[in-house]
Design a protein around this ligand. Structure first.
Ligand SMILES: CCCCC[C@H](S)C(=O)N[C@@H](Cc1ccccc1)C(=O)N[C@@H](C)C(=O)O
Ligand SMILES: [Ca+2]
Ligand SMILES: [Ca+2]
Ligand SMILES: [Zn+2]
Length: 317
């Protein structure tokens, strides 16, 4: 639709006020952000499963209704995630060519998930017990958009080791992007929308995966067929390595000197975009990460030593 670029005030899923970039005309304000790449577009599935659904139009230019929150957050957080890849890694959208970013909210009925469809992000409303509308948490949007980056670069298949590494990259960048923009960053995933009636829990913890019964060592990996071969289970192995690399610590008697979150982000971004392939296995992830750190900081650097220690601590090499 035609119209003028404008900024509209809105209320997010958690009742927090924020501004979103919109296109405004006589019909109302559309969730179109023309300030980033080829644009960010947010749609409404109206609790159906047709994608992308209807481009979000707010007729009174006040994005503060109960149904608006999911759309406001999906749009706003997609913008922040775009900004992170652009300003921190000099990557213009998920494809490096400014690709338009499309999101759909209110997908399905009480749908307790969010996903990258292969061409767009999709968010369920949650059932109010397990999840609130999933776009209400920045780490969820960052997780999903990172799948698009992964698909445009490494192409990790969604199965067994490669799938777990795929999922892990999405969790790691979920944390990195939350640390870049949130006042209350953490090493947990989904805490803002997970179990609204239970305080202090999260879907996954990178700091201590065992809190949710997930493996924190390669010898404890899941070998079954569920969850695409454990992609949301074995992701915790490299998630833990990332936590140790950034923060340091001693894990299974292996001491890791932390190098901070910025350098951790640089290493994992280079690993993901330069060295991973569709079939990368966990041991190859270790080697790829060492290579990326070597490229960036030199073979004899503390950073390389810490990458080796972080992966050794979770049983890789
Ligand atoms: C369609 C089935 C597969 C879903 C895969 C998507 S990418 C995914 O991993 N979704 C995230 C959503 C998420 C992300 C961050 C924080 C909370 C929730 C996910 O972890 N889904 C879990 C619930 C799962 O699918 O097991
Ligand atoms: Ca978090
Ligand atoms: Ca909770
Ligand atoms: Zn995922």
């Amino acid at each position: 639709p035609d119209g003028i670029d404008s900024i509209t005030n809105g209320t997010g899923v958690l009742g927090d006020r924020k501004q979103v970039n919109t296109v405004r005309n006589s019909a109302g304000s559309y969730l179109i952000d023309r300030t980033r790449g080829k644009g960010i577009f947010t749609y409404d599935a109206a609790n159906g499963t047709e994608l992308p659904g209807t481009l979000w139009l707010d007729v009174d230019h006040q994005l503060d209704g109960l149904l608006d929150g999911a759309a406001v957050d999906a749009h706003h957080y997609a913008g922040l995630t775009f900004d992170y890849f652009k300003t921190v890694h000099d990557r213009n959208s998920y494809d490096g060519q400014g690709a338009a970013i499309v999101s759909t909210v209110h997908y399905g009925k009480a749908y307790n998930n969010a996903f990258w469809s292969g061409s767009q992000m999709v968010y369920g409303d949650g059932d109010g017990e397990k999840f609130l509308p999933l776009s209400g948490s920045l780490d969820v949007i960052a997780h999903e958009l990172t799948h698009a980056v992964t698909e445009s670069t490494a192409g990790l298949i969604y199965w067994n080791d490669a799938g777990a590494i795929n999922e892990s990259m999405s969790d790691i960048f979920g944390v990195l992007i939350e640390h870049a923009y949130s006042e209350t960053p953490d090493w947990q995933i989904g805490e803002d929308v997970y179990t609204p009636k239970v305080e202090g829990d999260a879907l996954r913890s990178l700091a201590d995966p065992t809190l949710k019964g997930l493996p924190d060592h390669y010898t404890k990996r899941y070998l079954g067929l569920e969850d695409f071969g454990g992609v949301h289970i074995n992701s915790s192995i490299s998630n833990k390595a990332a936590y140790l690399l950034a923060n340091g610590g001693t894990h299974y008697n292996v001491k890791v000197e932390g190098i901070g979150i910025e350098k951790t982000g640089k290493i994992f971004y280079r690993t993901l975009t330069q060295y991973l392939t569709p079939t990368t296995k966990f041991r190859q992830l270790q080697a790829a990460s060492v290579q990326a750190a070597t490229d960036l900081y030199g073979a004899d650097s503390q950073e390389v030593t810490s990458v080796k220690a972080a992966f050794a601590a979770v049983g890789l090499k």
